[in-house]
Structures are given as structure tokens and as C-alpha cells.
Design a binder for this molecule. Structure first.
Ligand code: ADP
Ligand code: F6P
Length: 321
């Protein structure tokens, strides 16, 4: 009989994490469970930073960016000794199930706890969209829209000055944000860590050719995983004679009120996580796959490899000219 569950957020925060916490809390309470919030991810779990969550604790949070439970990166949690300690703490507090909202790294922590007998459910929350077992991760849509609006503004001033601009977007070693933002802003070049071959001369030739055709502006979207935007801009300017500026968008992409899409996916995933725990099911990751909400085994999910969709890559190549 499941009586008490807990929820934490871990790794980089993402818009929509609060909506997921809210869904876990409200659907847990609605099914007669006690719900604990664990502050600061695995670090807080080890420090027993628990708070009892009531329905009012999640009022007015669905529209807020960030995470009301705070998040942390906790290096020591990669060690078995601390994972065992965490499992003991969970047992001591009679917690029957744990919901972990985070990215790949956070799921590895959840997997470690699952192996030690703790019922865990993962909910994908990261702006990077880099989790192989799911087609969607909470926060991606908001981050893309935030970055897109910022890039539109950069384009305005860049066009006025007839400049070339290199705009770096987040994504760690994945190029999803860059790929979608690049298409959505009509960029001339889109550099993705998965496909960029380091051929800067091709970019330089492209800038020169576009100038010769009379194009006033050249927008390059560069993924964080490729990086070096500032020095790249310097080299492009030196080789082309076209004034070139670099902008690294950074953390603004991770904040802000979540989009409708993120609020909806977070709510659906949060509720599903609780449904699984209520049935005594653990060791799963809630996912959105092939058009529906479902769940996969945590071990199998983490073993999957993610590739950029070939059709989108083709469109990227066709349109970024
Ligand atoms: P994300 O969850 O966004 O991918 P990180 O990769 O930083 O972010 O992981 C978040 C946290 O998850 C880490 O700080 C650590 O506490 C835990 N974690 C990451 N990798 C592992 C691992 N291999 N084993 C156990 N815990 C891990
Ligand atoms: O995983 C989300 C993310 O924002 C990545 O895009 C980025 O590489 C990383 O987190 C930055 O992490 P930190 O907050 O530790 O600087």
C-alpha cells in the first residue's frame, strides 16, 4: 500500500518544472497520499531537506519559471556510498516512491536508487531535449521561444548595421535548440555539434557569396556544443571584411514563464508519474513517444541513443542558404 511519496528537481532547471511538481502534489493528494517535496535535488535528499506539500503550496506556481524546490548538481551522489545513504534516508522516512524531475544525469541517480530498492519515476525536465527515450522534454518549447525572440531582436540591429551575427544558444552537447531556433529565425548557417565538421572556410565563403548577392545580413546560429562564438566571429570578420558580432544568449534561455505546451506536458507527465507509483510500479521514465504519453524502463531508457531527425536536418540544410 503506497502512502507517502516524494518529489525533487535536479540538474539544470527548466520552465515547466513547477507545473510538474504541482501535478505530482495535486494528483498525489487527490489519491489520498502524503506528498513530500525534497529541496535542492540529491544534495537536499542527503541533507534530509524535506517539506510536506499541501495543495496550497503549489498554488500560483504553474505559470512560474524555475523550480520552487530549488535544484542542485551533487557530485558525491555519483558514489555508491552516498546513494546507499540516500536509500536509507528514504526508508527511514517511510517514503514509498520518489519522483525525479530532471535530465539524463538525474535519471542516472534515480537508476542508482532503483537498484537499491527505491521505487523511482523520472520525468524529463531539461531545455536541451537530449533524452533519447522521449520525443519531448519539459522546458524545450519555452527555451526555443525565448531564444527565438532574442535572436529576432539581434537580427533587427544586425540588419541595420549590415553586420554578420553569430548567436550561441544552449543545449550542452546536443544541437536541438540550435536546430529549431535556426530554422525558426531563418538563419543563414546553423552549426550543430552532431554535424558540424569544423569547416569554418565554408562559412566564410557563404558570408562572402551572400554579400556579393546583395544580402545585407548574415545570421549564424551556433550551438553551445560547438562553442567558440567570440573567436569565430573575429575570424569571420578578418576573413570577410564584414563586421561580425557574437552574442552568447546564456541563462536567459532557462528562465521565464513556461509556454502552454510546457505546462500541459508537465501536468500530464506529473500525473502519470503518480499513477505509476500508486500502482506500485517504479523504475520507469515517463515519456512522450510517437504522439502519446507512456513510460519506459529506466535502464532501457538510459541505454538509448538519440539522433537528430534526418528529415529536419535536410530542411535545415535546404533552408539555411
Ligand atoms: P541533468 O539531470 O540536467 O542531466 P546533471 O548531469 O548535472 O544534470 O545531473 C544532475 C545530478 O544527477 C548530478 O549532480 C548528480 O547528483 C546526479 N547524477 C548525475 N550523473 C549520475 C550518475 N552517473 N550516477 C548517479 N547520480 C548521477
Ligand atoms: O542542461 C541545461 C543547461 O542549461 C545546458 O544547456 C547547459 O550546458 C548547462 O545546463 C549549463 O549548466 P550550469 O547551470 O551548471 O552552468
Amino acid at each position: 500500500m503506497v502512502k507517502k511519496i516524494a518529489v525533487l528537481t535536479s540538474g539544470g532547471d527548466s520552465p515547466g518544472m513547477n507545473a510538474a511538481i504541482r501535478a505530482v502534489v495535486r494528483s498525489g493528494l487527490a489519491q489520498g497520499l502524503q506528498v513530500l517535496g525534497i529541496e535542492r535535488g540529491y544534495a537536499g535528499l542527503l541533507q534530509e531537506r524535506f517539506r510536506n506539500m499541501d495543495t496550497r503550496d503549489v498554488s500560483e506556481t504553474i505559470q512560474r519559471g524555475g523550480t520552487i524546490l530549488f535544484t542542485a548538481r551533487c557530485l558525491e551522489f555519483t558514489e555508491l556510498e552516498y546513494q546507499k545513504k540516500a536509500a536509507e534516508i528514504i526508508k527511514k522516512h517511510e517514503i514509498d516512491g520518489l519522483v525525479v524531475i530532471g535530465g539524463d544525469g538525474s535519471f542516472r541517480g534515480a537508476q542508482a536508487l532503483a537498484r537499491l530498492g527505491v521505487n523511482t519515476i523520472g520525468i524529463p525536465g531539461t531545455i536541451d531535449l537530449d533524452i533519447a527515450c522521449t520525443d519531448y522534454t519539459i522546458g524545450f518549447d519555452t527555451a526555443v521561444n525565448t531564444a527565438m525572440e532574442a535572436i529576432d531582436r539581434i537580427r533587427d540591429t544586425s540588419s541595420s548595421h549590415e553586420r554578420c551575427s553569430v548567436v550561441e544558444v544552449m543545449g550542452r552537447s546536443a544541437g536541438y535548440i540550435a536546430m529549431v531556433c535556426g530554422i525558426a529565425t531563418g538563419a543563414e548557417d546553423i552549426l550543430l555539434p552532431e554535424t558540424y565538421d569544423g569547416n569554418e572556410q565554408a562559412i566564410i565563403d557563404h558570408v562572402i557569396a551572400n554579400r556579393a548577392k546583395g544580402r545585407k545580413h548574415h545570421l549564424i546560429i551556433n550551438a553551445e556544443g560547438v562553442g567558440h562564438s567570440t573567436s569565430m566571429a573575429r575570424r569571420i570578420e578578418a576573413a570577410t571584411g564584414v563586421e561580425t558580432r557574437a552574442t552568447i544568449l546564456g541563462y536567459l534561455q532557462r528562465g521565464g514563464s513556461p509556454s502552454g505546451r510546457d505546462r500541459f506536458y508537465a501536468s500530464m507527465m506529473g500525473a502519470r508519474a503518480v499513477d505509476l507509483l500508486v500502482q506500485g510500479i517504479g523504475d520507469r521514465i515517463v515519456v512522450f513517444k510517437e504522439g502519446r504519453f507512456t513510460d519506459v524502463d529506466i535502464e532501457e531508457g538510459l541505454a538509448m541513443k538519440k539522433n537528430l531527425p534526418e528529415t529536419v536536418q535536410r530542411v535545415t540544410r535546404l533552408l539555411a542558404r
